[in-house]
Ligand binder design. Structure first.
Ligand code: EPZ
Length: 423
């Protein structure tokens, strides 16, 4: 089992460029199902989750090939299957986002329900109710969602909560429906906006992406497209926090500053300097870290995917911070590992009380999800001695060449127990 071995104590300095957004790439890859013409996606990160998605698409009949380091051509000329099998969906729950495109293209879909994961139950009820609202007959049998619709019909629907995946699944189903669809209380994440840009470039008629109300005029067919995926705001935020926790000075050269307002605001509250630098952001510290109050919220609120990283940072603040996770019901497992490294964190339901500054000492730790893994790496960067992070396949799902990028900034971090990331 590969591990990451970190020697703490180095202030990171230099410049880093983040990869394309994992969470924008996944739905954009699935949108290739919606046309029988070739699709080219640029700035796609080389990650395990991307490889898993390509395997799933291949089974469905979507041919794909890399035509550049981060460019991929996909072609769903003819579809071979309408089924997303359990053994793939269970390894990556976002596979469930093929439900909408499959029904839009084929009029039927059989997709395994993803089940829960370490951070929560992760139900898909909003996806299912959205597809039903568009006229599909949907039933749950043997752990699979089975959906049929001669042709979907546009509808006005309301999401109980602004689910990112449900918004994307419903958008991809609605773009070829007959008539108009209105999604109320839609998710507003930049990844939703990126998907809408791609769909519109394919001939769809989506407006309002990025707001709580998305309007979609259904069209008969969609054509091929070349689309460039947005930079990964969560990776950018992770490197900004890495600069902050190590007391360094790092420029994230392509940080999507407009997607990071909540993160920038919180870092500034904590006493970190965040300033524009060319196309990106420069982050450095010129004084003690201050404690903050933080609640994760749907976009444009503070992203849950950066909560673990902020928790690690705030173990170093001079005072007591309060962090509340409102999106997922079990997303503080990294807190227990941080306590093993010497952090002072007390859990009160969905809230972590973090007292600092705590002297962290390196330890063998392990993570249960992608972002918790990053939080523990950040703690390792500031801890004394050696931190060994186990189960780093989580990391390779969502961070491209992470150890290389951190080494370039001066971090003493090595991958042990095997070759480079398999992506
Ligand atoms: C997306 O997951 C992201 N994944 C997650 O990133 C991210 O944490 C999450 O959005 C929130 O921003 C991808 O985009 C591939 P949700 P998603 O549906 O779509 C509840 C990472 O590390 N809910 O917005 O699954 C759900 O339980 C991953 O990159 C329902 O109740 O998240 C959660 O409490 C982790 N019913 C809340 O909504 C549903 O049908 C938000 O979930 C769907 C969701």
């Amino acid at each position: 089992m590969q591990k990451m071995v970190i020697q703490g104590g180095v202030a990171l300095r230099g410049e880093v460029a983040v990869s394309g957004s994992k969470n924008a790439s996944l739905p954009c890859l699935m949108a290739s199902i919606l046309t029988d013409e070739p699709v080219i996606l640029r700035n796609v990160p080389r990650l395990r989750d991307i490889r898993t998605t390509l395997e799933l698409l291949e089974r469905l009949g979507v041919e794909s090939r890399w035509i550049g380091p981060h460019e991929i051509e996909l072609h769903a000329a003819t579809m071979r299957s309408h089924e997303a099998p359990y053994e793939l969906v269970k390894t990556m729950r976002a596979s469930f986002f093929v439900l909408g495109p499959l029904i839009a293209r084929l009029g039927r879909a059989r997709v395994s329900t993803p089940g829960g994961c370490a951070i929560g139950a992760r139900p898909v009820n909003l996806h299912i109710s959205g597809i039903r609202a568009l006229g599909a007959r949907v039933q749950l049998r043997h752990g699979y969602v089975e959906a049929h619709a001669e042709r979907l019909v546009g509808a006005r629907l309301w999401l109980d909560n602004p689910s990112v995946g449900a918004t994307e699944n419903i958008m991809m189903a609605a773009v070829r429906a007959r008539g108009a669809t209105v999604i109320e209380n839609a998710a507003r994440e930049p990844e939703i906006q990126d998907l809408a840009r791609m769909l519109n470039a394919m001939g769809a008629r989506v407006s309002g992406a990025g707001t709580h109300v998305i309007h979609i005029e259904g069209v008969e067919r969609l054509h091929g497209v070349e689309h460039c995926v947005i930079p990964d705001r969560i990776e950018a935020g992770s490197f900004m926090i890495a600069a902050a926790i190590t007391g360094g000075d790092v420029t994230v050269s392509n940080a999507p500053a407009g997607h990071l307002d909540a993160v920038t605001t919180k870092l500034r509250e904590a006493g970190i300097v965040v300033e524009p630098a060319g196309e990106g952001l420069r982050v450095h510290r010129n004084g003690p870290l201050r404690p903050v109050e933080l609640r994760t919220l749907p976009y444009p609120g503070f992203p849950t995917d950066l909560q673990a990283q902020m928790t690690a940072l705030l173990t170093q603040a001079e005072g007591t911070s309060v962090i509340t996770e409102t999106i997922f019901e079990n997303r503080f497992m990294h807190a227990l590992e941080l306590v093993r490294m010497g952090a002072d964190i007390v859990m009160k339901g969905p809230t972590a009380i973090v007292r600092g500054p705590a002297r962290l000492s390196g330890a063998p730790v392990m993570a249960t999800d992608l972002r918790a893994s990053m939080g523990l790496i950040l703690a390792g960067l500031v801890a004394e001695n050696t931190t060994e992070l186990d189960r780093i396949y989580h990391l390779d799902r969502g961070y491209e060449s992470l150890d290389e990028k951190l080494r370039k900034l001066g971090a003493r971090i090595e991958r042990s127990g095997g070759g480079a990331a398999a992506a």
